[in-house]
Design a protein around this ligand. Structure first.
Ligand SMILES: [Zn+2]
Length: 533
């Protein structure tokens, strides 16, 4: 006998065996019991969540001679015929390869013949969103008023592609992603039935990797068993087969990124590539690792949610203790973004490398241009060129908080460093004059400028930061810009160059800009003396 894939062999024969879709199963069973079955159903949901399995059970149930509590009996002639795929009453169509008008016309022609055996002809159209517009139209009328002995079950992973005219004629059921616990429980039943020894952690890992898809979980289990035939399936073996990476690698990678050690980070990635690991999964697993790190940090009672071995939990806790939450959150954000970009990318490795370098060298990162500590270090290296700046640095006494996490020293990361940054005298003066300047401004300039914040660009240019793109554009050129330029020039008695910036929705001003207004310059200038007189 040929080998039957686990997901076929363990396809649920009755409603009771369908896992994780109780909300659908209860309704369908009630319909069968009360004999109020509809004529058109639409099953939506991601792959492997049981749409086709439920469609087949439903097809059996409506044809079964003695349904038991709404489920097919599995014993009668119709149940057996449908189970073996020999019944004329259940017609499965894959819309992906039969998507034309002609394919639908064939169905419609056939619909007019009543079944010779059993009660209902059931048409299961899988991936129904693949039908052409013409095919949908052809189907419409039959779907609206089919003969009483006909039933349609449409299944799709992309419900947004289904025309509203079709949607409105179907009973819609949304299949949920299946939880890790539910999948694990089902996998346990399967391996017990097959008499295979499997470590609990191994099953858990497979369940997690399947990402809500029961079919995927069974296919993965199949792969793992095939690789280790006749032996106990351990966690390590599963990691090996599925191309997964041990937690230790993630620990090292996290440390490397945290200490901004680009060399180590790239070496770790290179090892992962050499081992032939699947890079999309590597990134996803790292996000999962970061998530665990965050949870462990948030609470002591996270063992169940974190779902890892005690050994790993211990080292996870150690790593979490030394890390700062903002940094972990930032890493999660960046790697989640990477994970969605990398999925269909051809140059996965390069994309990951760019991300690692971005994290290790924040000054390269324009979006996160908030690391003044790093920029200062670079300035110091160009000592001569910037001697003027450094002088200012010594006398300026300006405190700028380093961006949290980005540059935080790994040993005491929670202590934010306070650094000094040079601010040109003219700008210091302007900042200290700003509140009075606002009073003198006319409207609407005053209204807008009251909301703006003052900052300093890399080239020591004054930056006016708005939280609104329209305003930042309005004051970057044109009449309003000219008016503002004249105003500050007059106020300062000389030309002060400025530029406008717009705060992105994802940014906070404090994190992304030097907040000049938070600094108390306490400069008493000659001009001010004069004014006071
Ligand atoms: Zn039956």
């Amino acid at each position: 006998m040929g080998y039957v894939a686990l997901y076929r062999k363990f396809r649920p024969p009755v409603f009771e065996d369908v896992k994780g879709q109780d909300h659908i199963i209860t309704t369908l069973k009630n319909q069968i019991r009360s004999d109020r079955v509809g004529h058109a159903y639409l099953f939506c949901g991601t792959r492997g969540t049981g749409k086709t399995s439920v469609a087949k059970i439903l097809a059996k149930a409506v044809n079964c001679e003695n349904p038991i509590d709404g489920s097919p009996c599995g014993q009668c002639e119709m149940c057996k015929e449908i189970a073996t795929g020999n019944s004329m009453n259940v017609i499965e169509i894959d819309a992906a390869s039969n998507n034309g008008v002609d394919n639908v016309r064939e169905i419609i022609d056939e619909v007019s013949y009543s079944p010779t055996k059993g009660k209902r002809k059931v048409y299961i159209i899988d991936e129904v969103h693949m039908l052409s517009a013409g095919a949908f139209n052809a189907l419409l009328k039959t779907l609206e008023e089919p003969p009483s002995y006909v039933m349609f079950i449409l299944a799709t992973t992309e419900v947004h592609k289904i025309p509203i005219t079709i949607l409105s004629r179907c009973q819609r059921y949304d299949f949920h992603r299946i939880t890790i616990d539910t999948i694990e429980g089902r996998l346990r039943q399967v391996v017990d039935a097959e008499g295979i020894q499997v470590e609990e952690r191994a099953l858990r890992y497979i369940a997690k990797t399947a990402d809500g898809s029961m079919r995927d979980s069974l296919s993965l289990l199949d792969q793992c068993i095939a690789f280790n035939y006749g032996e106990e399936l351990t966690y390590d073996k599963v990691l090996g087969v599925l191309g997964a990476v041990d937690t230790e690698v993630f620990q090292k990678l996290f440390s490397a990124l945290y200490t901004q050690d680009a060399n180590s980070a790239l070496t770790i990635l290179s090892d992962v590539v050499i081992q032939g690991r699947e890079l999309t999964q590597f990134v996803n697993d790292f996000v999962w690792y970061l998530r665990n790190l965050m949870l462990v940090q948030a609470s002591d009672q996270m063992e169940d949610v974190v779902d890892i071995s005690t050994d790993n939990l211990k080292s996870l806790k150690e790593q979490a203790e030394g890390a700062d939450t903002d940094t972990i959150l930032r890493f999660i954000r960046i790697f989640s973004e990477l994970s969605s970009n990398i999925r269909y990318a051809t140059q996965k490795r390069i994309l990951i490398e760019i991300t690692l370098i971005r994290l290790c060298k924040p000054q390269m990162d324009k979006d996160e241009a908030d690391s003044f500590e790093d920029r200062l270090r670079i300035l110091e290296e160009h000592d001569e060129k910037n001697s003027k700046l450094l002088d200012g640095l010594q006398s300026g006494q300006i405190a700028v908080a380093a961006a949290p996490g980005v540059t935080g020293a790994p040993i005491q990361p929670k202590e934010k460093k306070v650094l000094e940054r040079a601010v040109p005298d003219d700008i210091k003066k302007l900042v200290s004059e700003w509140p009075r300047a606002l009073l003198r401004m006319g409207n609407p300039m005053k209204t807008y400028m009251q909301k703006a914040k003052l900052s300093l660009g890399n080239d020591d240019k004054l930056q006016i930061v708005f939280d609104n793109k329209q305003l930042s554009d309005k004051y970057s050129k044109g009449e309003s810009a000219e008016e503002f330029q004249n105003f500050i020039d007059e106020m300062m008695g000389k030309h002060v160059e400025y530029e406008t910036r717009c705060l992105e929705p994802t940014q906070t001003f404090e994190e992304s800009y030097v907040n000049l207004q938070s600094i108390n310059f306490e400069i008493v200038t000659e001009d001010e003396d004069k004014e006071n007189e």
